[in-house]
Design a protein around this ligand. Structure first.
Ligand code: GAR
Length: 215
């Protein structure tokens, strides 16, 4: 098998998507390895999960840099470069990025977002999906560009919105889909199967098996 692509995962909190990526990368045929987990919050719970899995971790708290977002991102970039990673996965990294980091990693940084983009960019996606009355909701893996939640779409998974759904129930259904979608999308990218960027809004690939779109 070809050398695995070294990947950094950026987190801010719980890190369940990060954990899904680490678990997938432990598989013998997975084309990427998680070389580093980096957080912008010193006590992000995901850091302990990564460390327990034997993955190197580091926190670079944005608070240490005051209002200087660019300086924080230069520090992140230096660590990412030093770790020799080829791809960066944002996984619940809840910090708006500036052109400093986005530009440095253009084409090599992806994100998972809990909606079927371009619907419901931003926060509170599940509450907004319920309020809008949509019957399908889901998650999207996309390339990161300077416009939040608008980079070219690499993969999406849909889940049904069921009668009587609460925000928590819907969030849990989407999260289960995220945990399958993100490892599959990263694997496709690492194998060079993700193809050229598509216009935002296109569904390029859904690597989930038929019927595997909800729990
Ligand atoms: C996930 O649902 C992820 O899609 C979302 O935050 C959650 C992080 O959970 N990301 C965004 O909303 C980014 N716009 P996790 O820390 O357990 O992976």
């Amino acid at each position: 098998m070809a050398a695995r692509v070294p990947v950094a995962v950026l987190i801010s909190g719980r890190g369940s998507n990060m954990a899904a990526l680490i678990e997938a990368a432990a598989g013998p045929d997975y084309p990427a390895r998680i070389a580093l987990v980096l957080a912008n919050v010193a006590d992000a719970p995901g850091l302990a999960i990564a460390a327990a899995a034997g993955v190197p971790t580091m926190a670079i708290p944005h608070r240490d840099f005051g209002r200087d977002r660019a300086a924080h991102e230069r520090a992140l970039h230096a660590v990412l470069t030093g770790a020799g990673v080829a791809l960066v996965c944002l996984a619940g990294y809840m910090r708006l990025l500036t052109p400093v980091l986005v530009g440095a990693w253009a084409g090599r940084m992806i994100n998972i977002h809990p909606s079927l983009l371009p619907a419901f960019p931003g926060l509170d996606t599940h509450a907004r999906a319920l309020a809008a009355g949509v019957k399908l909701h889901g998650c999207t893996v996309h390339r990161v560009t300077e416009v939040m939640d608008q980079g070219p779409i690499l993969a999406q998974a849909a889940v049904p919105v069921l009668p009587g759904d609460t925000e928590d129930a819907l969030a849990a259904r989407v999260l289960a889909a995220e945990h399958r979608l993100y490892p599959a999308a990263l694997a496709a990218l690492a194998r060079g199967e993700a193809g050229q960027p598509a216009p935002a809004g296109a569904i390029l690939a859904n690597p989930l098996p038929p019927g595997g779109d909800g729990d």
